[in-house]
Design a protein around this ligand. Structure first.
Ligand code: CTP
Ligand code: MG
Length: 705
């Protein structure tokens, strides 16, 4: 098989969309499901009911628990500025065990900046897996999975319309058979991997609308139209008005179809009879709308043209599905060419398998993503033996355990460190006022010191110039004064020279006396200042003592602080270390995330390889059985019966065959040449050929009434 000249599909693509491909070359007709045997439909119905008991409903307790846990951590993170609401299948009643948990987050006050990053970070710290954020979508969303419950979660921001449409879907789900029917359509889409808008197929929500539209169109209808005769409820969202009113009254249906027959008609409709070119799925209309009237005519290339590379343009309205409240929103906007091919391939596969009498379990066989063609994520594991895989898995599990242990130790350490920082901060707060006083005294002491130093210098300078102490200067002054002022004794008179000298000495003494007095004053002041200095110093020591008492009390009453120097420097160091500790915690969280992913990968490979081995063993066994049976000589049962009736002897082998074909009682009933067993395979209707977008219009179509 190489590139198909008719369709342009490559060998790989022909294999990937094999059901669709075999219809596209026009040689095979679509099977007619109306001729299926009743017995088969009944069996199918029983199988569906059993399956619904296992997978339907979803575990609401686990979801509720996870929802309230998330509400708690989000409220704490955003200081109660958020409202957390659940919507989607956990509210509508169309949930399956495998469904995700949809959460809407709205901020009561201003939405914090970079909120999606903050949410992702928070989820990471909470140990959530596979966190992906789509912040720039019209409704920003964070997707992740919770390792504890195994549930996938979507947190969207301000998704008001979704809350309203979930309420309306809940109203549809009151009809039990409709609920089960939608659940089974969603189950099939999920198992066949065509229910992910982020992977270019339709969302579960879109599949729900497709199913409801079908239930509205069958006769008598199973679902009413909830958007007629309703109380209008206009709401404004992102600047646009929407009417989110709907009729929530109870309804009863006259439809009596079994679940199996509902599903068969669903696949029959959408596989071959729905004309996507001219019809828009519209549950608010109760029947399809015209693409022309809605101005939703298909534009751009067909999926086939895109996947074969014939046209790289943008596809528009490829499978038009109208949102019941936001009428401008076509839910097929997200469908990519490959997704459209897969969806159509799945429809064709389903009707083909129904026509072959296959079970629902076979039809819904889980698609295991074959990544080997694009990126072989198991490449390094392929050469390893099962034992080596086990060893690798053990190794990784042990490492994960160690990392988890380390994380819990680090978290504990961080908690202690936070406590210490908090205690020290509180302790220093208490000593803060004392510290202010301490500072004041320090600066006063500083000024005093300067003054003392200046005075000391001045005094020393003066003292160097004054040779006599002040008393002696005064005595000298008095003596010279007397000498100069006493009455003159003519026999003992001073010479003029002596008199001049005495006068000069007197003036010198006068100056010296003045300076000496200044020096004395400075000395007294110096002593006073020294005393003050001492007093200030004593009170400083007292303050230090009180401060130490406070911090010592703190240390004694908190054993965590034992051995810690109560000093602002140590607080700063603790803060620095806390930051470092947080960095290593983050690193360990990353490591935990990577190990978990690796374990999942190895486990995945283990499952795949053991399944492969089982299949090989089974095939080997079948081959052996076949070779054992072919060793027996072939027996013509009619001849054996003749032999037996005429009394001829028969071999053990012939007896075995006779017993297997009805025993002695069957003697005389010769088997017809051709097998009369009715083939389960349904008839083909040559008149009804597959009409798929991918192959352009051929055959009979359902049209809008
Ligand atoms: N929704 C929407 N518009 C979309 C997709 C989804 O309004 N384009 C809203 C709908 O309210 C829907 C909810 O988001 O009910 C959840 O969507 P989804 O998870 O696709 O549907 P569920 O029914 O929750 O499917 P599952 O059980 O698989 O999770
Ligand atoms: Mg959901």
């Amino acid at each position: 098989m190489s590139v198909c000249t008719k369709t342009g599909l490559s060998k790989d693509q022909q294999e990937r969309w094999s059901y669709l491909y075999s219809y596209m070359d026009g040689e095979i007709d679509a099977p007619d499901l109306s001729s299926l045997e009743n017995q088969y439909i009944e069996q199918l119905d029983a199988e569906l009911i059993t399956l619904l008991n296992q997978v339907g409903g979803g575990d609401s307790k686990t979801r509720d628990r996870l929802a309230s846990r998330l509400e708690k951590i989000l409220s704490r993170r955003f200081n109660n500025n958020v409202t957390v609401e659940t919507f989607g299948s956990s509210k509508t009643g169309f949930s399956l065990n495998s469904g995700d948990l949809d959460i809407c987050l709205s901020f009561n006050k201003k939405t914090p900046s970079r909120v999606m990053d903050k949410i992702s970070r928070l989820l990471f710290e909470e140990g959530m897996n596979d966190i992906r954020s789509i912040p720039n979508a019209s409704v920003p969303i964070v997707k992740f999975s919770d390792p504890r419950s195994g549930l996938d979660v979507d947190i969207s921001l301000d998704n008001r319309l979704a809350i309203y449409n979930s309420d309306m879907l809940k109203s549809y789900a009151q009809e039990h058979r409709l609920q089960q029917f939608v659940q089974m359509v969603k189950y099939w889409a999920s198992r066949r991997d065509i229910n992910d808008a982020f992977k270019g197929t339709l969302s579960s929500y879109a599949w729900t609308l497709l199913a409801i539209q079908h239930a509205q169109m069958i006769q008598p209808p199973l679902a009413p139209n909830r958007q007629i005769d309703f109380q209008s409820k206009p709401v404004s969202f992102q600047g646009t008005m929407y009417d989110v009113g709907f009729n929530n009254d109870e309804f009863k249906t006259k439809n009596k179809q079994s679940l199996a027959s509902l599903l068969l008609s669903f696949f029959d409709r959408y596989a071959t009879r729905w004309d996507w070119e001219s019809m828009v799925v519209s549950i608010r209309n109760g029947q399809p709308l015209s693409t022309r009237e809605k101005k939703w005519e298909h534009k751009g290339p067909l999926p086939l043209e895109v996947v074969t590379g014939a046209d790289k343009g943008k596809m528009e309205h490829i499978m038009p599905i109208e949102d019941p409240f936001n009428h401008e929103h076509d839910l097929s906007r997200v469908v990519r060419a490959e997704g459209a091919m897969s969806i159509q391939n799945e429809f064709m596969r389903a009707i083909e398998m129904f026509s072959e009498g296959k079970t629902w379990e076979e039809i819904c066989e889980k698609v295991v993503e074959d990544k080997s063609k694009t990126e072989d994520i198991f490449q390094d594991l392929r050469q390893l033996s099962p034992d080596e895989i086990n060893t690798r898995l053990d190794e990784k599990r042990n490492q994960l355990e160690e990392v988890m242990e380390l994380i819990s130790q680090l978290l504990e350490e961080k908690e202690i460190m936070n406590d210490i920082i908090e205690l020290l901060t509180d302790g220093f707060k208490e000593t803060n006022s004392l510290r202010a006083e301490e500072k004041k005294i320090f600066s006063e002491l500083e000024t005093l010191n300067v003054e003392i130093r200046e005075l000391k210098n001045k005094r020393e300078e003066t003292d160097a110039r004054i040779v006599l102490p002040t008393n002696r200067i005064r005595q000298e002054l008095e003596k010279i004064f007397l000498l100069l002022t006493q009455e003159t004794d003519v026999f003992d008179m001073q010479t003029l020279y002596q008199e001049k000298k005495s006068f000069s000495y007197f003036f010198e003494l006068q100056e010296m006396y003045k300076q000496s007095r200044d020096s004395d004053k400075a000395n007294k002041k110096h002593i006073k200042l020294r005393r003050k200095h001492f007093a200030e110093y004593t009170s400083l020591k007292e303050i230090k003592g009180v401060k130490n008492d406070i911090l010592q009390d703190l240390i004694q009453s908190h054993p965590d602080l034992e051995g810690i120097e109560p000093h602002p420097g140590s607080l700063r160091e603790y803060k620095r270390n806390a930051k470092k500790l947080q960095n290593s915690i983050n690193k360990q969280f990353n490591r935990k995330f990577e190990l978990r992913r690796e374990i999942k990968r190895v486990e995945g490979w283990q499952r795949i390889s053991s399944r492969k081995q089982n299949n090989l063993n089974r095939r080997e066994e079948t081959r052996n059985q076949r070779s054992r049976t072919t060793q027996k000589p072939e027996v013509n049962i009619n001849e054996v019966r003749q032999k037996a009736s005429s009394g001829d002897s028969i071999s053990l082998n012939e007896l075995d065959a006779l017993l297997a074909k009805g025993g002695i009682a069957s003697i005389g009933n010769n088997e017809p040449k051709a097998s009369q067993q009715k083939q389960r395979q349904s008839k083909k209707r040559p008149s009804r050929r597959i009409d798929i977008r991918q192959g352009r219009t051929r055959g009979r179509k359902e049209t809008r009434k």
